[in-house]
Design a protein around this ligand. Structure first.
Ligand SMILES: Nc1ncnc2c1ncn2[C@@H]1O[C@H](COP(=O)(O)OP(=O)(O)O)[C@@H](O)[C@H]1O
Ligand SMILES: [Mg+2]
Length: 273
C-alpha cells in the first residue's frame, strides 16, 4: 500500500489541457484534454500512429508540447525535464523495453531509486557518507519492490537472461522504485504470451488496489474494457472519446474511426462477445 494521505482525491492526478505536438507539418497530437483522477485505471487506446506514445512523452517531460499544458496533482509541469517530473512522483515504462540487459535485475531497479535520492556524481565517485547511506536505502527499497513484484529470487540474474515477460516486470519494478503516485505504462503487454499477459493484468489490478493510479496504453480490448474505469480514445492525434467503457463501446465515432476499419477487428469482436 502506498501512503495517499497527501493526495486530494478531488484534484486530477494528471490532466492535460489543449495538448498539441507537431512534428513539422504532422499533427501527432492535436488539442487533447484529459483528466485522470486518483485511483483510476485509465486506458488510452487508438490505432498505431494515433499519437498515444507522443501524448505520454509530453506528460512525462520527454517532449515539450507545441501547445497546451500538463498538470500533475494540480501543478503545472509543462516543460519540466523527465527527472523533475519523476521527482514529482510520476513514473513510466516504455513501449520498447529500456533495460540494461547486461546488468543484474537489482541494479536495474536501483536506477529507479536513485532519481529520488540526493546522491550526486561527486558522492558516487568518492563514496561519501551520504552515498553510503543512500546506497543502503536504495538496496533496501529495491529489494522491497522486487519482493512485492515476485522477482526477488532473480535479483542477481542478468536482466537480459530473463524471459521477455519478466523483463517487462523488471521495468515496472524500476518505475515502482521511484515511489510514484501515478504509473504510466506504454503497451506493457506487448510481446507477451497469453499467460504472461493474464498475470500482468492481474498485477496491474493489484497495484491499483494498493493505491497506485495507473494510465495504460494497451491494445488488448478485453483488458481495457474489463479493467479500466475510464478510457481515452485517440485517432490521428485527436481525442474522439473519453468516458467509461460502456460510453466508449457505444460511441458512434469510436466505431467508425476505430472498430469500423477493422484495425483491431479481432479484438473488437471480443468486446461485444
Ligand atoms: N520524434 C518524432 N519525430 C517525428 N515524428 C514522430 C516522432 N514521434 C512520433 N512521430 C509521429 O507521430 C505520430 C504518432 O506516433 P506515436 O505517438 O508513436 O503513435 P502511437 O503510440 O499511437 O502508435 C506518428 O505518425 C509518428 O510517426
Ligand atoms: Mg506507441
Amino acid at each position: 500500500m502506498i501512503d495517499l494521505s497527501n493526495i486530494d482525491k478531488n484534484v486530477p492526478m494528471l490532466e492535460s489541457k489543449g495538448l498539441c505536438k507537431y512534428f513539422g507539418g504532422l499533427k501527432a497530437v492535436e488539442n487533447v484534454d484529459m483528466k485522470i483522477m486518483p485511483g483510476d485505471i485509465f486506458g488510452i487506446i487508438g490505432p498505431n500512429g494515433a499519437g498515444k506514445t507522443t501524448f505520454f512523452n509530453m506528460c512525462t517531460g520527454m517532449y515539450t508540447p507545441t501547445k497546451g499544458n500538463v498538470y500533475l496533482m494540480g501543478e503545472d509541469v509543462t516543460g519540466f525535464s523527465p527527472e523533475r517530473v519523476a521527482r514529482k512522483r510520476m513514473a513510466r515504462t516504455f513501449q520498447n523495453l529500456q533495460l540494461f540487459k547486461f546488468m543484474s535485475v537489482l541494479d536495474n531497479v536501483k536506477i529507479g531509486c536513485h532519481i529520488s535520492t540526493k546522491t550526486g556524481m561527486w558522492d558516487a565517485i568518492f563514496h561519501t557518507k551520504r552515498y553510503k547511506e543512500d546506497e543502503e536505502y536504495v538496496i533496501y527499497k529495491s529489494e522491497e519492490v522486487l519482493k512485492a513484484i515476485g522477482l526477488y529470487q532473480y535479483r542477481d540474474t542478468m536482466a537480459g537472461n530473463l524471459a521477455y515477460g519478466m523483463q517487462r516486470k523488471v521495468e515496472i519494478a524500476r518505475a515502482l522504485a521511484l515511489e510514484p503516485y501515478i504509473l504510466l505504462l506504454d503497451e506493457p503487454a506487448a510481446g507477451m504470451n497469453p499467460q504472461e499477459k493474464e498475470a500482468l493484468m492481474d498485477f496491474i489490478k493489484m497495484l491499483n488496489d494498493g493505491g497506485y493510479t495507473i494510465a495504460v496504453i494497451e491494445h488488448d480490448m478485453k483488458f481495457v474494457m474489463n479493467s479500466c474505469n475510464r478510457i481515452l480514445v485517440l485517432n490521428f492525434g485527436e481525442k474522439i472519446c473519453e468516458g467509461t467503457p460502456d460510453q466508449v463501446k457505444s460511441d458512434r465515432k469510436v466505431h467508425e474511426a476505430y472498430f469500423g476499419k477493422g484495425i483491431i477487428a479481432g479484438e473488437a469482436v471480443k468486446v461485444h462477445g
